[in-house]
Design a protein around this ligand. Structure first.
Ligand SMILES: Nc1nc2c(ncn2[C@@H]2O[C@H](COP(=O)(O)OP(=O)(O)O)[C@@H](O)[C@H]2O)c(=O)[nH]1
Ligand SMILES: [Mg+2]
Length: 309
């Protein structure tokens, strides 16, 4: 599935267009694939890893807007970029999400950036159940960088953490209460914290409060995440965020054991496949299951897992 140089003219343009439509179809399939289908689609395992940057934070903080601007700025360097946005599958927000997407498309109209939105399905944590598969497929397609948008402050960071290299937590200027309510440690898992909408009052105060919490990392001998104030219409602030992402990539290259990180990612991927497989099997328990004991049901599922390898 490897693609594309920067030549986007004529025949190359048409070929790239075909490849992208194929990738879009593959991702739609993967987003709702069974475990067996996922394993079939994921045969290609010798790929050059993409730089994976995750954006998480509460709805409305400005993640989509920011990712659009950032992708435009970073695409200008000539690297191929894909955006994967996980939509919370709530009918009440779908209108807003569509508007979101239209704005993002407009910003990226004259670029080569690939964008795909995927539903979060039944997953409770704001991630798509099949997200690990989706990211692996985008990576196998040869992109240099993947920007991932997920909703959430809390649990979601744990899942996203294993799947991305750099985790950017995006907050708005009215996030004071959210900072108080955040579970201990969530803020500290971020590699970069963004306080967006700094054109609105309150942003500097929020940034200061976050900075104070993050100082705990220094006391624990860990890296202290930078806090970046951004505003969608301010190119300099977008460039500053982009530079912090590059700085974290460089820090990671010097301090993180790549083989260990790769192993953790694989473990997370296998665990998510197994979780889905168990759910599939529980959904298809035979009708006489109601008379069986919990131990018998467990043995029945475990036996099928053992036989599905
Ligand atoms: N005032 C202001 N509004 C912004 C800024 N960035 C985004 N917004 C607006 O905030 C709203 C939510 O943005 P969106 O990107 O959809 O947030 P998401 O839910 O985190 O993806 C939209 O109406 C944006 O136009 C900013 O820097 N300043
Ligand atoms: Mg969004």
């Amino acid at each position: 599935m490897v693609r594309r140089g920067v030549d986007m003219s004529g025949a190359a343009d048409a070929t790239a267009g075909v490849a992208r439509r194929q990738l879009a179809r593959d991702l739609s399939k993967l987003a709702r694939a069974s475990v067996a289908e996922s394993l079939h689609l994921l045969r290609d395992n010798c790929v050059r890893p993409a730089r994976r940057i995750g954006f998480t934070g509460p709805p409305g903080a400005g993640k989509s807007t920011l990712i659009g601007r950032l992708a435009k700025a970073r695409a200008a360097r000539g690297e191929s970029i894909a955006i994967i946005a996980i939509d919370p599958s709530s009918p009440t927000t779908s209108g807003a999400l569509l508007g979101d997407r239209v704005r993002m498309d407009a910003v990226l109209a004259d670029t080569d950036v690939f964008i795909r939105s995927l539903p979060s399905g039944w997953s409770a944590d704001g991630l798509s159940d099949n997200l690990a598969d989706v990211l692996a497929a985008v990576e196998a397609d040869g992109f240099a960088e993947i920007l991932l948008e997920t909703v959430g402050v809390g649990q979601v960071e744990n899942g996203a953490r294993a799947l991305v290299d750099t985790l950017v937590l995006t907050m708005g200027p009215h996030s004071g209460d959210q900072i108080q309510a955040m579970k201990a440690g969530v803020l500290e898992t971020a590699d970069i914290v963004v306080v967006n909408k700094c054109d609105l009052p309150g942003a500097e105060r929020v940034a200061q409060d976050i900075g104070n919490v993050l100082e705990r990392n220094r006391a624990n001998g860990r890296r202290v995440a930078p806090v970046v104030l951004t505003r969608a219409n301010d190119e300099a602030s977008i460039a500053q965020l982009s530079a912090e992402i590059d700085a974290h990539t460089a820090w990671r290259a010097a301090h993180v054991d790549a083989a260990h990180a790769d192993e953790l990612r694989k473990r997370f991927h296998v665990r998510s496949l197994l979780t889905r497989r168990v759910a599939e099997l529980i959904d298809t328990l035979p009708a006489d299951a109601r008379t069986a004991s919990v131990a018998e049901l467990y043995a029945c599922i475990a036996k099928q897992i053992g036989g599905s390898g």
